[in-house]
Design a protein around this ligand. Structure first.
Ligand SMILES: [Ca+2]
Length: 486
């Protein structure tokens, strides 16, 4: 084809086609997951005491997703990302996989890493997994990742990599003792991986920070930067954010050094909102010495694990200077959307043998299209759930005494005015919608494992008693106060 023919061909295709034609066939994808980051704890959302110049640079030079929904907690959110499916569909809607649990992301669920690997990508997982640890079949290297370096449980010590005395730090299945700070170790490995790329294959690099999840620990050099923050917990938290911000810089610098930046999409997303106020659990109170939790969710109500915006509306941005025009996007985008969107961008196939809840939001991000979601499920558990449809959000607390909350987020983003009583028709519509979603749910594996007599879910009261339930769980140790024999 000569130049004239090429010119004619270009002139004959539409603008949209031209944009598509310009896209490299298979961009590299660097997905950085923050853990429990407060919405307002980044500079570009107005944080005054915590500086995040490197995250801000990505945000301001990229697309800030300001109506991005994750799940309320770590395990469900990661599951939604990995599968493109709402966690209630496979029993991960409730709580997280705790160290004593045996379950994981069911192995018949297809992951984004499997889909990208099939599309020709090298796939790497670094950091915190939290989608199953008890059996190797749940580990990242058996869920589509060529390589895994990190921890499979949550909440390990940032330095010892132990949880209750058990080491949880591995490289490709080999447990190793490394006492450097969690964030520094995964950052060094990310940089090494980027530097070793030979350009023959595109890569998917999933960097899952433990930061800024508890336990609240940071290296001295970062703590020293925040001596003006009086509250010790907030100071440590700020130091953890700053360390993660430096990690972002190291990754971007490595991509620049390797001349990979033009063909690499970077995403920075928090898996859920921050823990604020009085926190949410006795464990958290213990971790904080009964002090207020350190995060700030800005205008959004609630804390991690709730159904309020503070738990599920998270820090989210994309950056790809060569392809994405800087700006702010206010359309509804959900964690489940990354699977079809990123796999679509990679020219792969997201759909396996199960229906995906996520939708391809690339036209929303690049062409200013409206969200393709008529509604989104915020979560559905046996005792509570929430949906958003347009500007309306309904929260149902089904355990007795039950409670219905209805908010119009267009004028009440802080969920301050429950207007359920004024809008019975809207309540009925959204309650029916939430119930329809919930009909597609499976029993929560968390409760099933702790309460084995539940054969369907607590919601149905469908329990099969063996008559031995009164003896408790196997090996359950009585908790008794010490009694003075005298
Ligand atoms: Ca989390």
């Amino acid at each position: 084809m000569n130049l004239l023919q090429k010119g004619l061909l270009l002139a004959s295709i539409t603008t949209a086609d031209a944009v598509a034609a310009e896209l490299p066939k298979q961009p590299n994808i660097v997905f950085i997951m923050a853990d429990d980051l407060g919405w307002a704890d980044v500079g570009y959302h107005g944080s005054k005491d915590i500086k995040t110049p490197n995250i801000d640079k990505l945000a301001n030079g990229g697309i800030k997703l300001e109506t991005f929904y994750a799940q309320p907690m770590c395990t469900p959110s990661r599951a939604a990302f990995m599968t493109g499916r709402y966690p209630m569909r496979y029993g991960l809607q409730s709580f997280v996989i705790t160290p004593g649990q045996h379950y994981g992301l069911p192995t018949d669920e297809r992951t984004i890493a499997e889909a990208l690997k099939e599309a020709g990508y090298s796939t790497y997982a670094l950091g915190k997994w939290h989608l199953g640890h008890s059996k190797k079949e749940y580990w990242p290297q058996n869920r589509g990742f060529d390589y895994f370096y990190g921890s499979t449980i949550g909440n390990i010590d940032y330095f010892t990599k132990k949880r209750n005395g058990v080491l949880d730090w591995q490289r490709n299945g080999k447990f190793i003792e490394e006492n450097e700070y969690f964030t520094d170790l995964i950052t060094k490995d990310a940089v090494r991986i980027i530097e070793e790329q030979d350009g023959k294959k595109p890569f998917f690099l999933y960097i899952a920070h433990l930061a800024v999840h508890s336990p609240y620990q940071a290296p001295k050099k970062y703590l020293d930067k925040f001596m003006d923050i009086k509250d010790e917990l907030r100071r440590t938290y700020a130091a953890m954010v700053a360390s993660m911000d430096d990690s972002v810089k190291a990754v971007v610098d490595a991509l620049n050094r390797k001349n990979l930046r033009d063909n690499t999409l970077i995403l920075f997303i928090s898996d859920n909102g921050g823990i604020v106020g009085s926190g949410y659990s006795s464990g958290m109170k213990k971790a904080t010495g009964n002090k207020p939790a350190p995060a700030n969710n800005g205008p959004y109500k609630g804390s991690k694990a709730s159904l309020n915006e503070g738990a599920v509306r998270t820090v989210a941005l994309l950056n790809w200077p060569k392809k994405l025009k800087a700006g702010t996007n206010n359309e509804i985008i959900h964690m489940v959307d990354w699977m079809p969107t990123l796999v679509g961008l990679a020219g792969g196939t997201a759909e396996g043998n199960k229906t995906i809840d996520g939708l391809d939001v690339w036209p929303v991000i690049t062409q200013g299209k409206a969200t393709p979601h008529e509604s989104i499920l915020i979560n559905a558990e046996f005792h509570k759930g929430a949906v958003r449809k347009g500007d309306w959000k309904l929260i149902k607390k089904a355990s007795l005494p039950s409670k219905i909350e209805l908010y119009n987020l267009a004028n009440d983003v802080g969920e301050k005015n429950n207007i359920a009583k004024d809008h019975p028709k809207k309540v009925a519509e959204l309650e029916a919608l939430l119930n329809d979603y919930a009909k597609g749910s499976k029993p929560a594996l968390y409760f099933k494992e702790y309460m084995p007599f539940i054969i369907q879910d607590v919601k149905t009261s469908d329990m099969e008693y063996s008559g031995d339930e009164d003896s408790g769980q196997e090996g359950e140790i009585p908790v008794l106060p010490q009694v003075d024999a005298k």
